[in-house]
Design a protein around this ligand. Sequence first.
Ligand SMILES: N[C@@H](CCC[C@H](N)C(=O)O)C(=O)O
Length: 280
Amino acid sequence: MMLRFVKMHGLGNDFMVVDLVTQRARPAPELIRRWADRRFGIGFDQLLTVEPPRGPEMDFRYRIYNADGGEVENCGNGARCFARFVIDQQLTRKREIRVETAAGPLTLTLADDGRVRVDMGQPRFEPAAIPLTAERSATAYTLELDGQSASLDALSLGNPHAVLDVEDVETAPVATLGPAIEAHPRFPNRVNVGFLQVTDRHRARLRVFERGVGETLACGTGACAAAVSGIRRGLLASPVDIALPGGVLTIEWAGADAHRTAPVIMTGPAERVFEGRIEL
Ligand SMILES: N[C@@H](CCC[C@H](N)C(=O)O)C(=O)O
């Protein structure tokens, strides 16, 4: 049986997107790893499946699998590609789409300039929600790593993120500290690791070592986490343009007080690359 898919990307963070509204498939981890392989497969950072909603107030359900085959809660660049996909495939005529994810509902809007604006929901800072083993919530945690220690902020965008401040993203130790922090036992579900260089109040540069993938050209939830971390520590002010290796995302966040945590809004592009069919 052949499965139709579309290859898409958001700032070079690339996806295989599969319509499971009109097709049937159950992607097992071993199959996802094979498809994700850049030499022997299609090649992608994440597989996205678009499925019928499970409740009447949602338009779709959207699921996300990392290249290592594991299902995860949230994906910002994927959310924008999902919106483009359901519109281009004529699965909906709406311009504002409500979608169910493992991290909760998201609202996506197609802007007039073709970019997609996503309400990514509220960030969470309590260690148990990340999850991170720590006695109390803080903006700086110290992690012991093979004889050295690293200071980082940690938060959840539905999925877990660590944010480290660096002087220069070009020389940041992404390839060594990234995997060491991703697999650190204080993050029981592992973690995405962002290396943040603040350039001025409204601009920053970011590289992300993604859980279950490695360094990617862009990470949408990573950009949201880095902007929120910078804003709540007084280093950045909303809106923030986050420059990733693959391009720029705009992040807005109105902050948090004792009564309310504002949702994070992410705006950026979503591109279709090609479509294909693969044997199941
Ligand atoms: N690339 C994504 C994040 C994908 C999931 C992440 N690797 C995780 O394991 O949580 C994005 O754009 O947010």
